[in-house]
Design a protein around this ligand. Structure first.
Ligand SMILES: [Zn+2]
Length: 419
């Protein structure tokens, strides 16, 4: 390569690096949040490191206040809420690339009155501020104002590789009442879609040492992807490669859109009994196999709610798919796959729960044409297991075992195809 060309490449590299940096610099800080109450009205004030667009709306079932902003760093520490604010909890995190979300849980309906930016008064030492005013309202008033959105941040126009729009995804639309077969399988390697649970504003289970399910399962999913790719036998895609939130229905849509042959959702559970540990495997059914599994499904299905998604406008297609006859065959394949996993974990000496294959109505397992299982790789509520899941050597071992189950499943698929 000539030195001039090398110089050109060097300059190009510098530009790429600089662009990357300027993008990172766009993220701003939320440095403080304060609440004031006047009569019935609550005023919420955020100190920002710079002026920004925003989008604010309220949701019901349960009542929540949702604030979308460009990606920010939270530097306001822990927040306490005066009772008059009606706020009971706060979550924040990435919603999608470039967009962060704050979700306030409320114990009563509120009406948004105003939201605006107060520009910085540098002389007076005052930063840019986001101000939000709201008041308690009746349920009827809340319902009447339900679609009120303040601010003009363009959230849906932001390109996101892993989130597909609700209405325009034609490959998914067909999944409702009339069953459409998946796109024809070309002569190519089977596609395994791995779905790391939770993400972004939804942390999933949190261990007592503050490990988060969303991070642990992403690391495990990436390890499994590597191991599967290394065999040269599979194509592999992750529903998320980073710490972003993805709606449950979008995870299913992602798998269907890409014509997945197998869908593996990875989680790490948490329960009150801290001594319980071991992996378990779940397939879809209308009726839960036991009360504990029903509760687990309810916990995992809460992800959208935690992230401030309006469940009342979520399409019911995914929810109603269970009645579809075409699903039976897929469910049987999923069950077979889950049993392969139980065998693989036993063979590799990894701890599993008694009756480790269970079933319930997990929203993320509702693709009608893709054998799907949900793996709870262990318990975040068990200190030892949470620490193990956080270690790369243990994750390698778990991934190796998951791979073994996947191998066994596809060996059987091949055998069946030969018949
Ligand atoms: Zn989970």
């Amino acid at each position: 390569m000539s030195s001039i060309r090398r110089l050109g490449l060097y300059i190009l590299l510098c530009i790429v690096l600089l662009l990357g940096q300027s993008e990172a610099a766009l993220a701003f800080d939320i440095n403080d949040v304060r609440f004031g109450n006047h009569d019935e009205r609550t005023r919420m004030v955020f100190d920002l490191s710079q002026n920004t667009d925003f989008r604010i709306f309220a949701l019901s079932d349960p009542y929540r206040l949702v604030i979308d902003l460009p990606s920010f760093s939270w530097r306001a520490g822990n927040v306490t809420y005066p009772p008059a604010t009606k706020i009971t909890a706060l979550r924040h995190g990435n919603l999608k690339p470039g967009i962060s979300r704050l979700v306030f849980d409320l114990n009563a309906p509120v009406g948004l009155e105003a939201a605006f930016i107060l520009p910085a008064q540098r002389g007076a030492g005052k930063p840019d501020r986001l101000v939000i005013d709201y008041t308690p309202v009746s349920k009827a008033q809340f319902a009447a104002e339900k679609n009120k959105v303040l601010g003009k941040l363009d959230v849906d126009g932001t390109n996101s590789p892993s989130v597909t729009p609700d209405s325009s995804d034609s490959s998914y639309q067909s999944a409702s009442s009339t069953y459409a077969p998946p796109p024809p399988r070309k002569n190519q390697k089977p596609l395994v879609v791995i779905d790391p649970g939770h993400g972004g504003v939804d942390p999933g289970a949190i261990s007592s040492s503050n490990l988060r399910e969303k991070n642990v399962v992403l690391a495990l999913a990436k390890e499994l992807k590597q191991q599967l790719l290394a065999t040269g036998q599979y194509r592999v895609m992750l529903t998320r490669e980073e710490d972003v939130f993805i709606k449950l229905s979008d995870r299913v849509k992602f798998a269907r859109k890409h014509g997945a042959d197998l869908f593996v959702s990875i989680h790490a559970d948490s329960i009150e009994k801290k001594n319980v540990r071991g992996a378990s495997f779940y397939t879809l059914s209308e009726k839960a196999s036991d009360a504990q599994t029903a509760k687990l499904a309810a916990r995992e299905n809460r992800a959208d709610l935690i992230a401030g998604i309006d469940l009342s406008v979520e399409d019911e297609q995914v929810a109603n798919i269970l009645v579809d006859l075409a699903m039976r065959d897929t469910t049987n394949q999923g069950k077979y796959f889950a049993n392969q996993m139980v065998d693989a974990f036993n063979a590799n000496g990894l701890k599993i729960l008694p009756n480790a294959h269970r079933h319930a109505g997990f929203a993320v397992l509702k693709a009608p044409d893709i054998p799907s299982i949900l793996v709870e790789a262990g318990f975040m509520s068990n200190n030892e297991e949470a620490a193990q899941l956080n270690s790369s050597s243990h994750r390698k071992n778990v991934a190796r075992t998951l791979k073994r189950g996947i191998d066994a499943y596809f060996e059987q698929v091949k055998k069946n195809q030969r018949i």
